[in-house]
Design a protein around this ligand. Structure first.
Ligand code: HAM
Length: 421
């Protein structure tokens, strides 16, 4: 019997990996443009880090974490998200002492024991960014603008930015009570999960997709009508900055994030193209988290994008690597010459493919086609004698006579193999 992979844990095959490089490369370029530096933190953390940050009553902590006791009797968890680990490292290495405003980004695998379906996996990848040390709503607007800038660079303009404010420790408790009072007389209409959420996490009822819960909460009090002055001003200014820089958004006052650390601004980038897994990126402000995890009293804000979901959105584009050049040869001398030229060109950074087995001309041409090489060169006795060769541009069929020399060939065929076609 063959051994297969673990359910919900996927391989990323060579045919897809170009897309991943592109997604990661554009993130590095755009985030670094905005002053973010990369941080790499471990996959494994102490379980307590996640229970204290994400919250005991969340689905992630209650049901989805890959936690175990290691051989040294320590409770550890494979990270279900990136923020907690990044903030842990920020505090542990006292990064705020170097610069109170830290801008960090990260990418890598996360783990949640969810029911796998299209766009939802047990091992999935996030690219995220976290900014700490700034309370100004200018930074909320900039983070959101950077996120939209990133998607625009990928050529994805369909996802819509939805924003909300969840208030702070001053205005959220009275709102929570108001919502509970509203829900109490409607408990019978709520799904089983929401009846449980009513006690510990009533705001999550607003986010439930069940029809009964949706209908029962149509007239629920809105969090945005119950913000304190400070939070209302912060939200109004964030919107104002967004409008000033032309970043489009919608208000979604029912958006409640599945992690407990959020305060004030929260947001999601949603698409209609991925069925029920509609969020391609999400995040928000967490002004108490750094302090809660034992660090200084500093605010923070950030987001994470689901890479598999972006890959799905880009699925119409072809990111497979293209060789620059394919050598087709006829006869033994031409084979030898092709092999030498190939080595010289590879040293010059030109990616070259060849049919190593010396099959028929027809079969070599077929391979050249299949490789999607940008150019082909056919070398036979004639070409060897004259020292001239015909270079064919496979994209437009244009043919060019040229001297059979690697420097000459290299000048013409250099192109970027990761460009989508
Ligand atoms: P999250 O909403 O739990 O937030 O996840 C962020 C994104 O990760 C989602 O919008 C989705 O695209 C992707 N994602 C989540 N779960 C899965 C899954 N099972 N399979 C595939 N993709 C998934 C966070 O994780 C926060 N740490 C975001 C944040 C950063 N907030 C502040 N800073």
């Amino acid at each position: 019997m063959t051994i297969t992979g673990v359910k919900g844990f996927n391989d990323i095959l060579p045919a897809d990996v170009g897309k991943w490089h592109h997604i990661e490369g554009v993130a590095r370029r755009v985030f670094e443009l905005y002053g973010f530096s990369e941080i790499r933190v471990p996959v494994l953390e102490k379980t307590e880090l996640f229970t204290r940050s994400i919250g005991d009553d969340t689905d992630i902590v209650e049901k989805e974490m890959y936690s175990f006791t290691d051989k040294g009797d320590n409770r550890v968890t494979m990270r279900p998200e990136g923020t907690a680990g990044v903030i842990r490292a920020f505090i542990e290495h006292k990064l705020h002492r170097t610069d109170p405003v830290a801008k960090l980004y990260y990418m890598g695998p996360m783990f949640r024991y969810e029911r796998p379906q299209k766009g939802r996996y047990r091992q999935f990848h996030q690219i995220g960014a976290e900014l700490s040390g700034v309370t100004s709503p200018m930074v909320d607007a900039q983070i959101l603008t950077m996120l939209c800038h990133y998607f625009a660079e990928l050529g994805l303009t369909e996802p819509t930015l939805q924003i909300n404010s969840l208030g702070c420790s001053e205005c959220r408790p009275p709102y929570r009570q108001k919502l509970k009072d509203f829900l109490q007389v409607r408990l019978h209409s709520l799904c089983e999960d929401c009846r449980r959420r009513y006690e510990n996490n009533p705001l999550r009822v607003l986010d439930c997709k069940a029809t009964g819960c949706r209908e029962a909460t149509v007239a629920a009090p809105s969090v945005l009508d119950n913000l304190c002055h400070g939070c209302a001003d912060h939200f109004a200014e964030t919107k104002c900055y967004l409008r000033d820089v032309g970043t489009r958004y919608e208000i979604n006052s029912r958006m409640v994030r599945g992690l407990d650390y959020y305060t004030r601004t929260t947001f999601e980038l949603v698409t209609s193209l991925l069925g029920s897994q509609s969020a391609v990126a999400a995040g928000g402000r967490y002004d108490r988290l750094i302090e809660q995890l034992g660090g200084p009293q500093l605010p923070g804000i950030g987001f994470a994008m689901g890479v598999e979901r972006i890959v799905l959105l880009l699925s119409e584009q072809d990111f497979r690597k293209r060789p620059d050049l394919f050598f087709v040869y006829l006869g033994e001398s031409a084979q030898k010459k092709s092999f030498t030229l190939m080595s010289e060109l590879l040293q010059m950074g030109v990616s070259v493919e060849i049919d190593y087995e010396g099959k028929s001309l027809k079969s070599q041409m077929r391979r050249a086609d299949k490789s999607r090489a940008r150019y082909t060169l056919v070398i036979g006795e004639n070409e060897l004698n004259k020292g001239m060769v015909v270079l064919k541009d496979m994209d437009n069929g244009v043919q060019l006579d040229m001297v059979l020399d690697s420097h000459n060939i290299s000048r013409i065929v250099r192109c970027n193999p990761y460009q989508p076609t």
